[in-house]
Every structure is written in C-alpha cells, then in structure tokens.
Design a protein around this ligand. Sequence first.
Ligand SMILES: NC(=O)c1ccc[n+]([C@@H]2O[C@H](COP(=O)([O-])OP(=O)(O)OC[C@H]3O[C@@H](n4cnc5c(N)ncnc54)[C@H](OP(=O)(O)O)[C@@H]3O)[C@@H](O)[C@H]2O)c1
Length: 318
Amino acid sequence: MQKRSLGHAGFEIAPIVFGGNVFGWTIDEKASFDVLDAFVDHGFDAIDTADVYSAWAPGNKGGESETIIGNWLKARPGMRDKVKIFTKVGSDLGVPGQKGLSETWILQAVEASLARLGVERIDLYFSHWPDPHTPYAETLGAYDKLLKAGKIRAIGASNLDAMQLDEALHVARAKDLPAYQVLQPEYNLYDRSSFDGPLRDLCLREGLGVVTYYSLASGFLSGKYRSKDDLGQSRRGEGIGKYLDARGLRILAALDDVAARHGASDAEVALAWLIAREGVTAPIASATKRSHVESFAKAVALALGAEDIAALDQASAP
Ligand SMILES: NC(=O)c1ccc[n+]([C@@H]2O[C@H](COP(=O)([O-])OP(=O)(O)OC[C@H]3O[C@@H](n4cnc5c(N)ncnc54)[C@H](OP(=O)(O)O)[C@@H]3O)[C@@H](O)[C@H]2O)c1
C-alpha cells in the first residue's frame, strides 16, 4: 500500500488511520483485537485514540481504548514496530484537575497514556481541544520536554480553527518551541465547513499533515441510515439523526450513483473522496467488523474520476 508522508511528523502512514473510540464502547476487547488484526493484515499501520476514550459509555471512565490497544500490542509480539500510535490529551476526564493543556496536567497525563498503551513512546500526541485558559507557549513548552525526553515523537492539534492554529504556529516560531506538525479536524462529505477554506489553506501553506475525524459521519456515509427507522441499527444511531436532512439525502444519492459506476459501496466512495482531497493525508475511520476494514482497503484502491469528484462536491456543497 502506498504510504503518505504525515506533514512534518517525520514518518509515513498508510492512507487510512484506525479510529479507536469504538474500543470498549461499541465493541469489546475480543472484537477490537479482531478488527485491529484485520486492519494490519490489509497493510494499514496507524491507530488513533485518546485518554478520554471511551468515557461516555456506561461504566467507563476513560482510558479503556488505550488499555485495549496496549493489551493487543502485548498479545502480538513485534506489532509495536509495525504500527504508529496516536493519542490525545486535554479532554475533561471528569476528575478535578484532569483536563486542559496545562504543563502540569500534560506531564501527568502522558505517563498514564504510556502506561495504558504499554509503550515507551507515543508516535503522535495531540492536543484534543483548544484550552482557552492555557497559553500556547505553556502547552508547547510541555511538549518540548516530552519530545526531548523521547516520550513522544511528534505533536498535533485537534479542533483548532484557522486563527487558533495560526497563532499556535506563530507562538512556536517566536519562542523557539516545537510547532504542531499535524492537524486533526472534523471533516467528511457532510461536515465540510470546519476544514474547507482558511484552515485547509493554512495547513497546505505550512505543510501540516491532516488526519480527518468522523470521516464516515459516524457511519451515515455508508448509506445504511436512510430514515429514522434505520437509526436503531447501531448504538451510534441516536447521533446520526442530524444527518437525515435534504442535503444528507442528496449526498447519499450522489454516493449511490458513484458507487454503482464503480461497483463499490458508499463507504468506500466517501473514504476515497477524502483520500483524494487536497490537503488531506489520511481519513481516520473506525470499524466494528472485519467487513468494514475490507471496505477501507477497497477505498484506498478506488480511483475516483474527475466526474465522480465533481458530482460529490456538488451534492455536498454547503
Ligand atoms: N479529535 C476529535 O475530537 C475526535 C472526535 C471524534 C472522533 N475522533 C476520531 O475519529 C475516529 C472516527 O470517528 P468515529 O469512529 O466516531 O466515526 P466514523 O469513522 O465516521 O464512523 C465509523 C463507524 O461507521 C460504521 N462503519 C464503518 N465502516 C462501515 C462500512 N463499510 N459499512 C457500514 N458501516 C460502517 C461503524 O459503526 P457501526 O458498526 O456501529 O455502525 C464505525 O464504527 C474516532 O474513532 C476517533 O479516533 C476524533
């Protein structure tokens, strides 16, 4: 599989990253091992998680996803050298002091993530959300310490808008601190506005790697939800109703047409559109079954034509 250079992170990845928020939520440890095995067997090599995954599931407190990934790495000798592990800090873990991007919390949180993952170094460490209470210089200073100590290999930011990212890059330059090398924005055929435009332009200008999240709009872009009656198919269903509007249905119709032309599925086309998008290094997508992982491999092999892309662009135009 053709690898892509991940911005200034200093390493390459295959063009789809596994989204680890399903581990310990919509799938248990055994099913998680199975989809991770399938993912690697297909030639993929990067996994995204966060300290907070999957705290929202009943009975969880966060850290479950990292723990499952750590257990999988331990159970598969030699696997650590084959995959890149991305994780995040900064979400509210629901315990006083355990949120945000202060130096104190980052230096503590990274140790907990390393322990759960059972690794000596995190390949890419993300600031999960902007923290209005902590100056960029403090956060980047903490990352500087972790980079120098070899506990992380590269840094990224998630959920920053163009102004925030620009300022963070400016602070890094002005204070001789490490700069964010990768951005993780929400981006898919339905949710285009948070990346298209100034943020994409900035990433292109600065050479940042971009890994998009909710790449399948939580499964909506697979086409398996067409009406409210379909929402019960997955535990995610209740979050998907918001896509069932006229624009969402127009996007599904365009996906259906392009998919029929290529003998592909809607999910494959939606991911192939992202892979072909200027400025995107790799979509992050999660899977709960081996067949989903197979659709990821087919998406990488699917070459959309200019006519396909124009039809999808037009149907999804905001
Ligand atoms: N940085 C952030 O703030 C942030 C926020 C959210 C997510 N993320 C990252 O992005 C990742 C992806 O987001 P996500 O998992 O929420 O959503 P997603 O990738 O948009 O949707 C994936 C879900 O769609 C379904 N699916 C996948 N392939 C399919 C196929 N071929 N056919 C039919 N259904 C298919 C599966 O759910 P079912 O089987 O349950 O239907 C799967 O769990 C997360 O795991 C996380 O790593 C980051």
